[in-house]
Design a protein around this ligand. Structure first.
Ligand code: DX5
Ligand code: ZN
Length: 220
């Protein structure tokens, strides 16, 4: 998963019109759809579950990138995959048996991702890097859209790319939080290739211009 991809996060979309909001970013050039699942325990916010993912599955052919910010994610992975999730990522911080959790996702046939909060060191991934299709680095503390990119994550992206190149060069690096035209170039230069953006797309009048602005910043 080394291709450059823009992944709009529907967290900042109009929830009363989610289907239309998905189609709109698909038309505007999105490469996949990022879906933030929050349980009010692992993060201090509540969002959506498998029923909504199943409904969204019907309105787009783009990969659905499901980011589980929940406790006990193993319990819900099969439900999200049945609902149509193509990629599932789980947090190191909510998986005491991380090797098992990643194995469950892989066996169920979804692209397998692992996520680190900003304060979690890369060594938490030491024995599982070979098992993943992508690693996602949080570039804000998870729970809410519209926060500022944490610049201290740039060297973390660089080190992660080095580690992946040594053991799993096909794996991608996704970054999530505070990504927009002003921050995407630095994240890309550090080694990220999948870019989640919520407010930088859904907070703009033209989704197409917002996505193009990010693509252009990477090409510079
Ligand atoms: C935060 C979520 C993000 C969020 C990003 O916990 O994981 O995906 O939607 O929003 P922005 O792009 O506005 O920082
Ligand atoms: Zn997310």
């Amino acid at each position: 998963m080394r291709r450059v991809m823009i992944a709009p996060s529907i967290l900042s979309a109009d929830f009363a019109r989610l289907g239309e909001e998905l189609r709109a970013v698909e038309r505007a050039g999105a490469d996949c759809i990022h879906i933030d699942v929050m349980d009010g325990h692992f993060v201090p916010n509540l969002t959506i579950g498998p029923l909504v993912v199943a409904a969204l599955r019907k309105v787009t052919g783009l990969p659905l990138d499901v980011h589980l910010m929940i406790e006990h994610p193993d319990r819900y992975v099969p439900d999200f995959i049945r609902a149509g999730a193509d990629w599932i990522s789980v947090h190191v911080e909510s998986c005491p048996h991380l090797h098992r959790s990643l194995g469950l996702i892989r066996e169920a046939g979804a692209k397998t991702g692992v996520v680190l909060n900003p304060a979690t060191p890369l060594c938490a991934l030491d024995h599982v890097l070979e098992m993943v299709d992508f690693v996602m680095l949080m570039t804000v503390n998870p729970g809410f859209g519209g926060q500022s990119f944490i610049g201290a994550m740039l060297p973390k992206i660089v080190s992660l790319r080095e580690r992946l190149d040594a053991v799993n060069p096909a794996a991608g690096i996704e970054v999530d939080g505070g990504i927009g035209p002003a921050t995407i170039a630095a994240a890309a230069a550090a080694g990220a290739n999948i870019f989640v953006a919520g407010s930088a797309i859904y907070g703009q009048n033209s989704y197409e211009e917002a996505i193009r602005a990010m693509q252009n910043s990477i090409r510079l």
